[in-house]
Design a protein around this ligand. Structure first.
Ligand code: UT7
Length: 313
C-alpha cells in the first residue's frame, strides 16, 4: 500500500502585526527584526482548533473529499487549546470525520513527524488522513519581551494523505531529538516561552544539515533532484546558512516567514501550501521538508508531491 497527497490548505488569523507595531512600544526596530530574522509582519489571533479547522476544510475541498472520507486526524501542535482533551478531538467532531484523532507535540518539527506517522498508519490499514500543523504561539509569548515577541505568531496548514496502490508519498525520513538540550527553549504550564536564541540558532543549522544529509543518503535522492525545499520558518539566516552549505538556491526554497513569523508546527505546511497555490509544485515533484524546534526535535523527509508517479524529466 502506498499513499498520495491529494489536498492542501492553510489558515492565518486576520490581524496583521508589523515590526513597526512592536517598535512603537518596545525597544526594537523594523531594521533589527528584518535584518536579524527576515520577519516583516506576522498574524495573530484565533485558536489552535479554529485555525486547524479552517486549514483542514481547505485541504478537504482541494482533495474533493468529504470529512467522512477521513478516518484519521493527526494534529501537530505545541499549543493545544486545552490540556484535556486533545485539540484534535473537538476538531474531529466539528469536521465530522470518522476513525481516530490525536495531537502530537514535536514542536516546530511536528508537521513532519505527523506526516511520517500518518503515512505509516495508512500503510498498516489504508484509509485517508488529515495531517495538520497548527499553533497559536502568540498566546504563550510574553508580548513585552522583545527577544521572543517579535518572532512567534499563529497559523496552520494541512494536507490530505490518502492510501493508494503503489509508492508511498514519504520516500524516507529522519526524525530525532536531543532531550539533553530541552531547556534551551521551553514554556512552563501557564507561563511564557523562554529561549536561548543564539544557541538554538547554532544547533538549528547543525541539526537541519545533519538530518537532511541523513534523509538524502537513506533515499538515494540527490539535492539536484529536489524541486522544492520547505524548511521550518524561524529565521531566514538559518535557511540561508543551510541552503548555502547544501547548495540549494533560494529560488527552490519556500519562504513565508517574512509575512508569518515563526508559527511552529504551522510553519512548514503554511510554506508548502503557499508554494502549491502559486503553482510551484507539480505531480511527481520531489519535495524536501525539514524542521527543528523545542525538544530539541528535528525531522526531515523527502516527499513525492501529488498523485501519480515520478515527474517527467
Ligand atoms: O522555532 C525554533 C526555535 N527558534 C529559533 O529558531 C530561533 C533561533 N534563534 C534566532 O533566530 C536568533 O538567535 C534570534 C533572532 C532569536 C536573535 O538573533 P541574534 O542575531 O542571535 O541576536 P542575539 O540573541 O545575539 O542578540 C543580539 C543583540 C542583544 O543585545 P546585546 O546583548 O548585544 O546588547 C539582544 O539583547 O540584540 C538584542 N535583541 C534585540 N534588539 C532589538 C534581542 N532581541 C531584539 C529585538 N530588537 N527584538
Amino acid at each position: 500500500m502506498g499513499s498520495a497527497i491529494t489536498g492542501w490548505g492553510s489558515a492565518l488569523p486576520p490581524r496583521v502585526v508589523t515590526n513597526d507595531d512592536f517598535a512603537a512600544r518596545l525597544d526594537t526596530s523594523d531594521a533589527w527584526i528584518s535584518e536579524r530574522t527576515g520577519i516583516r509582519q506576522r498574524r495573530m489571533g484565533g485558536t489552535t482548533g479554529s485555525l486547524a479547522e479552517e486549514a483542514a476544510r481547505a485541504a478537504l475541498a482541494r482533495a474533493e473529499r468529504q470529512p467522512a472520507a477521513i478516518d484519521q486526524i493527526v494534529l501537530a501542535t505545541t499549543t493545544p487549546d486545552r490540556l484535556i482533551p486533545a485539540t484534535s478531538s473537538p476538531l474531529h467532531a466539528a469536521l465530522g470525520c470518522r476513525g481516530g484523532a490525536f495531537d502530537l507535540n514535536a514542536a516546530c518539527a511536528g508537521f513532519v513527524y505527523g506526516l511520517v506517522v500518518a503515512d505509516a498508519l495508512l500503510q498498516v490499514r489504508g484509509g485517508a488522513a488529515l495531517v495538520i500543523g497548527a499553533d497559536t504561539l502568540s498566546r504563550i509569548t510574553d508580548q513585552d519581551d522583545r527577544s521572543t515577541a517579535v518572532l512567534f505568531a499563529d497559523g496552520a496548514g494541512a494536507i490530505v494523505l490518502e492510501a493508494v496502490p503503489g509508492e508511498s508519498a514519504v520516500l524516507g525520513a529522519d526524525l530525532g531529538v536531543d532531550g539533553a538540550a530541552a531547556d534551551l527553549l521551553s514554556c512552563e504550564h501557564g507561563g511564557t516561552i523562554t529561549m536561548e536564541g543564539r544557541e538554538v540558532y547554532r544547533r538549528a543549522v547543525r541539526a537541519e544539515l545533519d538530518s537532511i544529509e541523513a534523509v538524502l543518503a537513506a533515499t538515494g535522492v540527490k539535492i539536484d533532484d529536489i524541486a522544492l525545499f520547505v524548511p521550518h520558518q524561524a529565521n531566514v539566516r538559518i535557511i540561508e546558512a543551510v541552503n548555502q552549505r547544501l547548495g540549494i538556491s533560494m529560488d527552490k526554497t519556500a519562504l513565508v516567514l517574512d509575512r508569518t513569523g515563526n508559527t511552529s508546527a504551522g510553519s512548514i505546511p503554511l510554506a508548502l501550501c503557499e508554494a502549491a497555490d502559486a503553482g510551484r509544485l507539480h505531480d511527481g515533484d520531489l519535495v524536501l521538508l525539514s524542521g527543528f524546534g523545542a525538544g530539541m526535535t528535528w525531522a526531515s523527509a523527502v516527499v513525492r508531491w501529488g498523485r501519480g508517479g515520478p515527474a517527467a524529466a
